[in-house]
Design a protein around this ligand. Structure first.
Ligand code: NAD
Length: 428
């Protein structure tokens, strides 16, 4: 978001145009899907603690709802732009479609920095956001969720405002709520586990026994921690993770060739996924530079930290042994790196398929809330496994049948599902 020269919405449109060509989409469908259906821009006045009134700018973008209510997070960020929100809403449409859940794509945001706002001011901001879009969102229209710098507390303030205005109890209005307050069991694990469900299937179709594999993980936050957990449960050997060091303002990789001890590493990790490097060294971990994760002699790479990590400069560092990349993060691989990865025949599980476990479990949260009946964790995770496994095989079968790259196959499935829904509704 900080990089002014990079326009994510232009990138989302370029990606779409490429798939539209592959699918030979008609002009009307292209015009409809390369832009959001609706965009709301509004102002939110907040009475600040010092007695002044500050005006904040808010957004909600509904990219497409042909397959169901829009779904997507609300981001608080000082550099939030409408183009970022539009891009993220577009990607949400494709993500929901590729895993075949009956939801469309949405995203929202407020230009603000919560670090400089008191809890009371943040509450006013949340309530103000809901007041401005209450007519256009709701459990059967558009369901928000947390994103960068928003959390369960923000979601509960928003839910409370929505229920006050509409005069009922509608916990399905918003997801990302705490368990016991309408949240779903399994949501914490969902994205990381989803990554490994798809990886497990990729190894299976390629005839590789997961127990014979080793993997390097980038990041050690929510996604990576649970991905490592399940990968190890399946018998894989995770030899490194990496993280950002707030004090040193740089990243490090923590390597243990005989396999990392997840419990032990978690005990020296803060809530932001930062590992104490002193303690890690004492425990015998090799503390290497931040990009060492990509150079490891492993079978599998799992980028699960940031976008733009496998790029024209770093792609050549990938060891010859690497045969699989499971993209836990959003947008970790650039188009230039994709070209090289394709050439080398590395099997890629593309981000919007690989990390769709999160939104799938948010969908489960919404379903449970709408029924006011909650499932056990086992039930949630087994439903999640089903959806991720089916989605993986749908994409893999198409990739094989048409001899296309996994990312292209995932896009082809997602875009054609949405295009078909628009056509069947008589929109185009
Ligand atoms: P998180 O904030 O919990 O963890 C991020 C981790 O990455 C931390 O360990 C942090 O130290 C590390 N990190 C940050 N900068 C780094 C750097 N330069 N080098 C190495 N490590 C670095 O975030 P998360 O929820 O685990 O999300 C990770 C990625 O997955 C993001 O791209 C996010 O958009 C994506 N994602 C998350 C979810 C979800 O449900 N959490 C769902 C879909 C996609």
């Amino acid at each position: 978001m900080a990089d002014k020269s990079f326009n994510p919405f232009k990138m989302a449109q370029q990606q779409f145009d490429g798939v539209a060509d592959l699918l030979n989409l008609d002009q009307a469908t292209r015009d409809l899907l390369r832009n959001p259906l609706r965009e709301y821009h509004f102002l939110i006045p907040v009475k600040m603690d010092d007695g002044t009134t500050k005006i904040f700018q808010g957004f909600r973008v509904q990219h497409n709802d042909a397959r169901g209510p829009c779904k997507g997070g609300i981001r608080f960020h000082p550099q939030e732009t409408i183009d970022t929100v539009k891009a993220l809403a577009t990607w949400m449409t494709w993500k929901c479609a590729v895993v075949d859940i009956p939801l469309g794509g949405g995203k929202g945001g407020i230009i603000c920095d919560p670090h400089h706002l008191s809890a009371r001011e943040q509450e006013q901001l949340c309530r103000g956001w809901v007041r401005q879009v209450v007519r256009n969102v709701g459990p059967v229209a558009d369901v928000p969720a947390p994103d960068v710098m928003t959390n369960a507390q923000h979601m509960l303030w928003m839910l409370d405002e929505y229920e006050k205005i509409t005069g009922g109890k509608y916990p399905g209005f918003i997801t990302g709520k705490p368990v016991g307050m309408g949240g779903s069991l399994g949501r914490t694990e969902a994205t990381g586990y989803g990554v490994i469900y798809t990886l497990r299937e990729a190894l299976k179709v390629m005839g590789v026994n997961i127990k014979d594999t080793t993997a390097a993980f980038q990041g050690f936050g929510n996604v990576s921690q649970y991905a490592v957990e399940l990968y190890q449960q399946y018998g894989g050997k995770a030899i490194c993770v990496s993280c950002w060091d707030q004090k040193d303002q740089r990243s490090y990789t923590f390597i243990r060739k005989e396999g990392i001890d997840l419990k032990q590493l978690l005990s020296i990790t803060d809530k932001f996924g930062g590992i104490d490097k002193q303690k890690a060294a004492e425990l015998g971990y090799q503390v290497a530079s931040g990009d060492a994760w990509i150079e490891q002699d492993v079978d599998i790479l799992v980028p699960a930290a940031l976008e733009n990590q496998i790029n024209a400069e770093t792609v050549h560092k990938i060891a010859g042994r690497v045969k699989f990349i499971a993209e836990g993060a959003n947008g970790p691989t650039t188009p230039e790196a994709d070209t090289e990865i394709k050439k080398r025949g590395i099997f890629v599980i593309p981000d919007f398929l690989c990390n769709a476990g999160g939104v799938t479990c948010s969908y489960f949260e919404q379903v449970q809330c709408n029924m006011n009946y909650f499932w056990t964790k086992e039930e949630v995770l087994s439903k999640l496994d089903n959806i991720m496994t089916n989605a993986f095989h749908g994409v893999y079968n198409l990739a094989k049948q048409k001899n296309v790259y996994m990312r292209d196959a995932a896009y082809m499935i997602a875009v054609s599902r949405v295009a078909e829904a628009c056509r069947m509704r008589g929109w185009v």
